[in-house]
Design a protein around this ligand. Structure first.
Ligand code: DQA
Length: 139
């Protein structure tokens, strides 16, 4: 099995950014624990602050990989282009969020990508990523 986690804008600042919302752990730290927990997932990780790089990555892996876990960050609420990229590939995609976006500002309630994703996991902190990986493993 091969799975890719994609993190969008500002998620490179996890551990430093708005710790009251996103926690104090860096994604790199969390990712190495996750990899250790699911060696059979062949997990890789890609982060970009650029919409076009995220789209290119989805195109690059989206016809061969077993699953993509994406936290598109703020692009979730703005990007028709990322939605179209997800719709255009064959690998299943799970949308994740660290925070419960529905309990936050109204502009975070709308996701452009949910409708083209297999499912959505939000509000479980960094454990949201593990829940998505677990789904792919058990499937
Ligand atoms: C987020 C929620 C988004 O609204 C926000 O723009 C982020 C992070 C989350 O993981 O909770 O950057 O996707």
């Amino acid at each position: 099995m091969k799975l890719l986690i994609i993190n969008g804008p500002n998620l490179n600042l996890l551990g430093k950014r708005e710790k009251n919302i996103y926690g104090g752990q860096s994604f790199e730290d969390y990712f190495s624990t996750l990899k250790g927990k699911y060696p059979e997932a062949n997990l890789t990780y890609f982060q970009s602050n650029s919409e076009s790089e995220i789209i290119d990555k989805i195109h690059e892996v989206g016809f061969e990989i077993d699953g993509i876990v994406i936290n598109a960050g703020a692009f979730t609420h703005t990007s028709v282009a990322i939605r179209d990229a997800i719709a255009g590939v064959t690998s299943p995609v799970i949308e994740v969020h660290i925070s419960n976006v529905h309990a936050r500002e109204e502009f975070r309630h709308k996701s452009y990508i949910s409708a083209v994703c297999k499912g959505v996991i939000a509000g479980f902190g960094l454990d949201s990523y593990r829940l998505a990986v677990d789904y792919f493993i058990k499937k």
